[in-house]
Design a protein around this ligand. Sequence first.
Ligand code: ASP
Length: 315
Amino acid sequence: MITLVIHGGAGNITPAMMTKEMEADYDKGLKVALDAGYAVLNGGGNSTDAVVAAITELENNPIFNAGRGSVFTKKGLHEMDAALMDGKTLAAGALAGVRNIKNPIKLANEVMLHSGHVMLSGAGAFEFALTRGIEQAPDDYFFNKQRYEQWIKIRDSNFTQLDHEGDNLKSGTPEGEYKFGTVGAVACDANGNLAAGTSTGGMTNKRFGRIGDSPVIGSGTYANNATCAISCTGHGEFFLRAVVAHDISCLMEYKGLSLQEACNVVVKDKLVKMGGEGGLIAVNAKGEHQFCMNSAGMYRAVRNSNGKEEIAYYG
Ligand code: ASP
């Protein structure tokens, strides 16, 4: 079964904070990404290309906290993280703290295929992007009024803000804000090969140089044909310390847990005990998928060759 699963961030996403217009925007944004990624799979393409195609659409849509819609850092800039992993070869490419790149997921693909390394950061990642003909974008391409206002409210504090942390006043987020999210995709292609990708602007008001879980292979992103492909979203500091994505893969590989059991152990027990909020999308080599979260909601969607099509937001 070929399957594509995508997410647009997890957090305090409830019917009370969504309007009909917002639902329509998210429906449209997720559907455009599903269409782009699924077309690759349906045409016999591989899972990594499908993941890149889907995430590129999400990065181009300013309602999501990735690429164009990336949040503001403490310095009022945009620093993006992204990763891509191929479950067949276990090859991976990632970048951290990169600026002025239109589609970080395309750069992650180039890092994976052509850099001889797994992760590049900051100016070095940008320099490599130029050698690979990756499209750049000026600062104003990333400007978004709502995100700017989100940042203005907390820029003089030491608070950081997770994109959907609507009621987490501890971290400085006023309740009821219109929130956006990190993006990710996982896919199983016609040959049973898996891939995972994640792309984010991180957290509003994050410190210069702060790197979350998204680009760290094994934490926010992981793919292995023997087990599963996973893309996470949530409070990165916790996902990093819980090594979420690889932990799920290990529970399947070494303890024989099903995909659902393994996701539940890590997201609904381990992370909860640590205080880490968020969720993930996952798929195994049979094309079976999971959405798993311990937050109120997660923007998510799936399409597969058994005719399944679902877009959902709430937990
Ligand atoms: N996990 C991301 C980070 O901590 C944020 C998110 O998923 O919204 O950078």
